[in-house]
Design a protein around this ligand. Structure first.
Ligand SMILES: [Zn+2]
Length: 424
């Protein structure tokens, strides 16, 4: 296995674990900020380190089109390119391609699509998705799947899950070949130095030659030791979810993702599908729920045993003046905050809440200042990451149920009126 995952505490279905990646450890359950274009919009990497983010998600689709995965590879891979020394996960590109709707054509071989940037024709096959993700060099990469649209009847959902299984097998095959090449290389060269180099955020070694050697070792390791996750589909059909899970698990991935949710279905159905899938995923491997959710939802899914989640909500909502706080969701644009000298969230320890008032944040937003989005996003991410920290703590203490009931009373899960825009 390319990824070591240790479970350290349990409370009901929930667990606290530790993912050991080539770029440091990640405590789970973890919320991954979304860095679509190799940037979490509005926030510098040093701020993400300060917030305690241990794992970021970047989007393969966007990076293969611009600046191009070959360019990123020539610059030393995604970690070096974006100056992020902690762990990274890339999606397969599938989700974005499928959201192009009219601009794509799916065949057994893969999916042909037109770039949203310049209309140029591209082709994404399972092999190509692997090639691009290997060039980017994230610690965790995803198999190419077909994100089943909503609604989809049982026949359509089955057809789609079968395609995802065949594509998953092709990705697994590429990964197996790379592992074989890698272990052959390591045997030929003797023990690798990569394991001894686990960079911590913000630290850089002084010697350029050391840097070069370590970079080479890491690049080689990334190429051969990227963890590959399979993705469960099955639409909104519990029986198909079970079958997709079982057959994906039979292929032996490093971790398992639940895909095809948050695609416009009622939230109750999302919960039902997650509950129908989790029991069929192996307890000893990480489980990743893709594209979910509100603070209340990430707490609930962590309680059910989900280990990893990502969502654009905290960043996107922040840019639209919506703040998640311990007192509920607030819309900072409202006139009632015009003379509110209190902090955005009196119970938050982030540097925005320590320094600025609601009145100031409202003023920045109304005046159209760039700092509005930056500060709102910083606070929202702090809120999400602190929430997950609190969940991990509650699991360790065994009082998760109490913690959950506190969350349910905060009015965080009502649908957000966030206008649509480009991803993340
Ligand atoms: Zn705050």
């Amino acid at each position: 296995m390319a990824l070591t995952f240790q479970i350290e505490a349990r409370s009901g279905g929930a667990r606290v674990g530790r993912l050991m990646t080539p770029h440091g450890e990640v405590e789970t359950p973890v919320f991954m900020p979304v860095g679509t274009q190799a940037t979490v919009k509005g926030i510098g990497q040093e701020a993400l380190e300060e917030l305690g983010a241990q794992l970021l998600l970047a989007n393969t689709y966007h990076l293969m089109l611009r600046p191009g995965h070959e360019t990123v590879a020539r610059l030393g891979g995604l970690h070096r390119f974006m100056a992020w020394e902690r762990a990274l996960l890339t999606d397969s590109g599938g989700y974005q391609v499928f959201s192009l709707a009219e601009r794509r054509k799916v065949t057994e071989e893969g999916v042909e699509f037109r770039s949203h940037l310049d209309g140029a024709l591209h082709f994404l096959s399972p092999e190509k998705a692997m090639e691009v993700q290997q060039a980017l060099g994230a610690d965790v990469i995803m198999a190419l799947d077909e994100c089943t649209e909503y609604p989809a009847g049982p026949e359509r959902a089955r057809e789609s899950l079968e395609l995802t299984l065949r594509w998953g097998a092709r990705c697994r095959e590429v990964s197996n070949q790379q592992s074989a090449i890698g272990s052959q290389r390591r045997q030929n060269r003797g023990p690798s130095t990569a394991r001894s180099f686990v960079p911590q955020g913000g630290t850089r070694s002084r010697s350029a030659r050391d840097d070069k050697q370590k970079e080479q070792a890491l690049t080689e390791q990334a190429f051969t030791e990227q963890a590959l996750f399979g993705i469960v589909q099955g639409g909104m059909h519990t029986e198909l979810r079970r079958e997709s899970a079982e057959r994906t698990v039979a292929m032996g991935f490093d971790g398992y993702a639940i895909g095809g949710l948050s695609v416009g279905e009622p939230r109750e159905l999302t919960r039902e599908m997650v509950a129908a899938t989790l029991p069929h995923l192996p307890a000893e491997r990480p489980r990743y729920l893709m594209g979910v959710g509100t603070p209340e939802e990430i707490v609930e899914f962590a309680a059910q045993g989900v280990d990893m989640m990502d969502c654009v909500l905290p960043t996107r909502a922040g840019r639209h003046g919506l703040l998640y706080t311990s007192e509920g969701r607030i819309n900072i644009k409202l006139a009632r905050f015009a003379e509110d000298g209190g902090p955005p969230d009196p119970n938050c320890g982030c540097r925005v809440c320590a320094r600025y008032s609601r009145a100031y944040l409202r003023h920045l937003y109304v005046a159209g200042e760039a700092l509005a989005g930056v500060l709102n996003t910083l606070h929202n991410l702090a809120y999400y990451l602190d929430t997950m920290r609190a969940v991990r703590h509650a699991i360790k203490l065994g009082n998760l149920a109490e913690f959950l009931s506190g969350y349910r009373s905060r009015n965080l899960s009502s649908p957000l009126a966030v206008p649509g825009e480009d991803p993340a």
